[in-house]
Design a protein around this ligand. Sequence first.
Ligand SMILES: Nc1ncnc2c1ncn2[C@@H]1O[C@H](COP(=O)(O)OP(=O)(O)OP(=O)(O)O)[C@@H](O)[C@H]1O
Length: 230
Amino acid sequence: MMNVSKLKIIYNNEALVDIAFDISSSLALIGQSGSGKSLTIKALLGMLPKEMKLQLEDNFDFELIGGKTVSFVPQNPFTALSPLTKIKKQFFSDIKRVQELFDEVGLSYGLLDRFVPELSGGQLQRVVIAIALESKPKLLLLDEPTTALDPDTKEMIIQLLKKLQKKEQFKMLFVTHDIISARELCEGVAIIKNGKIIESGKMNEVMQNPKQEYTKILIEANFANREFRI
Ligand SMILES: Nc1ncnc2c1ncn2[C@@H]1O[C@H](COP(=O)(O)OP(=O)(O)OP(=O)(O)O)[C@@H](O)[C@H]1O
């Protein structure tokens, strides 16, 4: 169990985020825009704007901030990679290791010599995931990794992450407003509103029996959106 007993982000004497959470295997942090999801990820990566102050208490068995054991999968794979660099050069490992990573994420080696604009969104997100796995992370931070993708590709990436987690045994913190993807991927959930966790627990339990009105509204809005998209 990885436990963060305090993560408080202070800006202008005000707490923008003040939360605590446990990650037993995968945790979804769900909230609307402005709730504090990105700041939480930035805090865990040690990338908060310098005018913000962080108070962090954790029991991770590795150095969280600045350590090589935490990797990050960003929202938009199109902007995450360098456009003028061949795919294979975006990795620090030798070609054998890169091919191994490509096998893991289900990409063909032919893509290694291409440039970023020559790949689809789904292919690029697989490359980004392969890069995230390169350092064999113990914790993977995912910031809306499927938002920029179409529904089928989104589903593919979620299934891939599930498979990879089984194999590699990393823990995941999945930050999103997309309850449907979160539900498929994560075993635990925490609902964040205005920088505070208002409800948390096992995914199925919270989804089936949400205690807070806000959680109920979020769930309803998500499913309504999905029907609208189809
Ligand atoms: N650099 C900053 N300076 C001041 N306030 C900030 C800064 N970045 C974020 N905030 C504030 O902190 C709060 C949380 O923002 P955050 O970006 O974490 O939200 P979010 O949940 O990730 O939203 P989104 O889904 O839109 O990315 C918001 O009220 C936001 O205005």
